[in-house]
Design a protein around this ligand. Structure first.
Ligand SMILES: [Zn+2]
Length: 239
């Protein structure tokens, strides 16, 4: 689990995040053989900034973003931190899978925009067919509901739904819970094509599902770094 704080040297504008791994040795290929290099990042940072004013920066939830997959070892991520008064943007990167993570402050603000929401209609269709076959609903009858849901969700803004708290497989993908009003409207739309009892039975199942293992909406997230604001304030900050 990620430590939620970084340390910033106010004088040099350098940042570091310390963890037990900072003290573990690194393995490097040198002339065809692996060499163990002892390292202690915390010690090195404290030495380099001896006598300088330091402050703690708290990582702000929901700002962590990368254009690459979480499993990609050599990736660049961005997130925002605060010292309680100011926000800073941090870039996290590494040169290779064997190198330690490096943190640096970069000027600007992170702008994160979740794009259009969608549901996995094919997966919901399959799940409903499997679970509702015993009440005799056909593929086409279920499809009416799924299509309504797909159309409704595509018109909803991400901030109207509750975000799923756990992380997705990709930092640029976010998941949201479908809520009762959306389900009610999709059922209402489907009721134009279905018998009332079928709508009721489908509704009962979907609502039960909503409580136990909710269907999710997904949105891709686009981000950019806005740099036009007084980007170099940090440079001139005296200790
Ligand atoms: Zn310093």
């Amino acid at each position: 689990m990620m430590t939620r704080e970084l340390v910033r040297c106010i004088k040099c504008d350098a940042v570091a995040l310390f963890s037990p791994l900072d003290r573990s040795p690194e393995y490097r290929m040198d002339s065809g053989t692996w060499k163990i290099v002892e390292r202690d990042d915390r010690q090195a940072f404290m030495e380099a900034h001896r006598g300088h004013p330091l402050e703690r920066l708290k990582i702000l939830d929901d700002t962590f973003i990368s254009s690459q997959n979480y499993r990609e070892p050599v990736k660049t991520c961005y997130f925002e931190v605060t010292n309680g008064k100011e926000r800073f943007l941090v870039k996290r990167s590494r040169k290779s899978a064997l190198d330690p993570l490096r943190y640096e402050l970069v000027p600007g603000r992170l702008r994160i925009n979740p794009m259009e929401l969608r549901v996995d209609g094919a997966a919901i269709q399959k799940e409903l067919e499997r679970s509702l076959s015993h009440i005799g609903l056909s593929y086409q009858e279920i499809k009416h509901f799924v299509r309504e849901l797909e159309q409704l969700v595509s018109r909803v803004k991400p901030d109207e739904l509750t975000r799923v708290p756990y992380e997705s497989h990709h930092p640029a993908v976010r998941y949201y819970y479908l809520n009762e009003p959306l389900i009610a409207r999709a059922l209402e739309g489907a009721s134009r094509f279905l018998a009332r009892t079928d709508v009721e039975r489908m509704g009962a199942f979907v609502r039960q599902h909503l409580r136990d293992d909710p269907f999710l909406a997904v949105a891709e997230v686009h981000f950019h770094i806005e740099t036009h604001r007084k980007a170099h304030t940090l440079r001139f900050m005296s200790p």
